[in-house]
Design a protein around this ligand. Structure first.
Ligand SMILES: [Zn+2]
Length: 268
């Protein structure tokens, strides 16, 4: 049930994923010696919705319950991306802090998302449920960054304002990475898939495309995918401290992308 708290084992687990073998009962542990992340962290991360977890059940505040382990056999990497249960969301540890190595094959912490879980909180954008929860937030006003629309559910808009206050204190040299931003809310699937993007919930932001890299862009595609990033770590650090994970820590890298996933991060 536990994985030792070393970066080596975290990476070894990435290799496990590459070999298309998942171990069902392992939950992620931070490499910095912090507490392991597990479904119990959903209670801490989303207290307005998740009341508790006990045994194999997650209890919602509205009285509903969700199975944590749906009982299906260990899934290969593609299956776990498409049909994860609650437990699967914690299979790959998200390591906080400055990366010391490029991600191993299929080491994609946070890309495994149980869609029913997030839709229950943020709503279904195709039914117009997400739009009515959005709030306009000024994006780096002092640098003329305009505004973005972000969900108020789970206080995501407030958390993004905390991020913005710190980003705005960075030297002017950081401005080109952040302005113009490349969008927050859009009702769409992840490119090339039928999986729902965190942008569809208004809980993600893309920063400036011009300085960003995305694994699908280089052609012809090579395997293993060569990693590229130009986003300074100072920006990543600020987002991580306010509950957002960075797509630049994925083997399938998406360095413009930040999404609100506090369950994968240490408690503040
Ligand atoms: Zn994005």
């Amino acid at each position: 049930m536990t994985i030792p708290t070393t970066p080596f084992r975290a990476r070894a687990f990435g290799v496990l994923l590459a070999a298309s073998v998942m171990t069902a009962s392992q939950y992620c542990r931070t490499a910095d010696g912090g507490e392991p992340r597990s479904p119990a962290d959903l209670v801490r991360a989303y207290p307005d919705f998740v009341k508790g977890v006990e045994g194999n059940l997650l209890f919602w505040r509205d009285g509903a319950t969700t199975l944590i382990d749906d009982g299906t056999p260990p899934k290969d990497f593609q299956t776990v991306l498409v049909r994860p249960d609650i437990k699967d969301m914690f299979l790959i540890p998200y390591v906080v802090g400055r990366p010391h190595a490029v991600p191993r094959v299929n080491d994609d912490p946070g890309r495994i998302r149980n869609e029913d879980f997030f839709r229950r909180m943020y709503g279904d954008c195709r039914k117009g449920e997400v739009v009515k929860q959005l709030r306009s937030v000024k994006w780096l006003h002092a640098w003329g960054g305009g505004s973005v629309k972000v969900t108020t559910i789970n206080h995501v808009a407030d958390r993004l304002e905390d991020v913005i206050a710190e980003l705005q204190a960075l030297p002017d040299a950081f401005k080109p990475y952040l302005i113009p931003n490349a969008g927050t809310y859009t009702c769409r699937d992840i490119a090339g898939t039928s999986r729902t993007s965190m942008h569809s919930y208004g809980a993600a932001i893309d920063i400036n495309l011009k300085y960003s890299d995305y694994w699908r862009w280089p052609k012809p595609r090579q395997y293993p995918i060569p990693y590229t990033n130009r986003i300074p770590y100072e920006i990543v650090d600020i987002f991580e401290r306010h509950g957002f994970i960075w797509g630049g820590k994925w083997y399938h890298y998406d360095t413009m992308h930040f999404e609100y996933r506090p369950e994968l991060l240490p408690a503040p």
